[in-house]
Ligand binder design. Sequence first.
Ligand code: ASP
Length: 325
Amino acid sequence: MTFVPRTLSALLAVTALLVSGGAQAEFPDRPINMIVPFTAGGPTDNVARSLAEAMRTSLGESVIIENKAGAGGTIGTAQVARAQPDGYSVLLMHAGFSTAPSLYKNPGYDPFNSFEPIGLVVDVPMTIVARSDFPPNNIKELTEYIKANKDTISLANAGIGAASHFCGTMLFEALGVQLLTVPYKGAAPAMNDLLGKQVDMLCDQTTNTTQQIDSGKIKAYAVTSMKRVPTLPNLPTMDESGFKGFEVGIWHGMWVPKGTPKPIVEKLLKSMQAGMADPKFQERMKQLGATVMTADANPQALDAKVRQQVPQWAALFKKAGVEKQ
Ligand code: ASP
């Protein structure tokens, strides 16, 4: 005999049961939003779009990129911290996740308590680059030129807390200078102004600079990894150029809001891992100088990374005298 609810409340209860049970079992049953806290066409966006595409098959739904740029990535990150913990708002952010708490009085999220970590995705080296007609031709000349012209050189960045900002801070520390910094909402508009020669220099990830370096549209001086980048073999490392220990690797991770149910986190994790294993994703990342972090594509590794990085950056900014704003 078929069960027929006799009262309105019984009907509602049955409907609620079906809806909640069904939604959990079927996650996702609509497109997922992947929030990128920087502008479209920049380094983080490049990683996110490739990953979103690669995750589609295993999810059976599309992953739509939402660029929520501003304040060095804190606006978009905070938006995900406040979002419904239902798996439909996913954050793709980089190392700036752990610098912002030392740079903003209120970054809008707590790196330890606002999210469920999913896992690490890629590690991206940075490059020190300049407009094509910037006088110095190599890292040695650049060092001398910066020291002699420190009051007239401008360095673009993607806002306080962005990778380009903390790479710049490290460069200033190493050279004992403080250049004029020009903040943008992402490295894409910063790169546009570098190409247009409106700013002099930028420290930016290979996921944004490789093509421009290869086509000779910008000058490149060094990479910030300890080893040379295979796709940019002629670029020396900062370490081999006399900046001993100058290393910046921009790890990227994926998070969902705190309280997202475990089965949903698991599903996203499996899909992220499948996406990272996709040969197309791997090839694209290789071309852009990024390393796919397969062994660390899990919540424990991302959690450990954040716990190690937050105090490390706090110490560096303190040493550099950078005040919270
Ligand atoms: N990741 C930023 C972007 O995608 C740039 C940065 O962090 O410097 O624009």
